[in-house]
Design a protein around this ligand. Sequence first.
Ligand code: 5GP
Length: 316
Amino acid sequence: MKLEHLKSLKKSELHAHLNGSISPKLLYELALSTQTLNAKELGLIQAPPSDWDSCFALFGLVYKVVRGPQILYRCTQAVIEKFLDDGVSHLELRTTLKEDLEHGISWDSYLDTILQATDDFLNSPQNGGQITVKWIISLDRSKGLAYVEKSMATILRHHKKSPYIVGTDFCGDPYIGHFKNFERTFQHARQEGLKTTVHFAEVPRFEDLWEILDFSPDRLGHACCLNKGLFEKILEKQIPVEICFTSNLLTGVVCAPEVHVVKAFYKARHPFVICTDDFGIFHSTINDEYRKVAAILNLQVAEVEDLAARSLAHTF
Ligand code: 5GP
């Protein structure tokens, strides 16, 4: 399928981490102008990771570069612009709250900056009403309950005054923590009108997956390391899945394209949405993801068009 045709399809992107979605080119330029990375690190950001650890090491380099409100503002707009260029008409970006007092960033000013950048972009002639953007704020499970509760209080305060914050995401190292410890906090956010998505079964650790399904999240991210019982429960509950195909292969949690869970979801006619996760880290684009998934599912052009159109039905 031709790139121009893929680009022309209206579609949503529902699983994209802000700091993982900065294009390698922009990241490189920023790293040079701020002189924040050494020669070896500059080399590392120019290639995709080869496994889980090298993927997360790359985020450490991104955070060295994206410091201070001006760079954050610029990166936020660049990420939105790239998705717009690729034909995304509804974008749900996500990010964890950041504090970097040395560079003038608190949780509140971090949120203020990305929300202002979003508002300015959406109201610019460049957008012309072509893309809508919403925010999902991620809460890192590895940082413990006190951190998650405090983050949630900040998120809810901003949610009250901003139309852009629509959901929360349970994320972070899937080997640490248990959803049960955080469930009340997510329940509270739900009562306040925020939707929930969860990084789910991204690795083969089954510790809290049944409890997460009992909570009935509005969407699940990844869901690529499932057993039969979990797979069937997701079908029964009809929870849409955010598929991050390239991410799962490059982080090594799925060993080959042919065994990716997207095949089983497609066969079962279960709702899923093709997403990038971190196109900057993985050197991919949303259209690359459509092309790869279309190839593995043997889709005809009309079926790809249908997949793109249906992605708009699962937004928050
Ligand atoms: P940020 O929250 O800084 O905008 O987005 C990057 C962060 O998202 C990373 O530091 C990491 O914690 C999280 N992240 C990005 N991609 C993945 C992924 O595939 N799996 C998990 N568990 N976390 C991710």
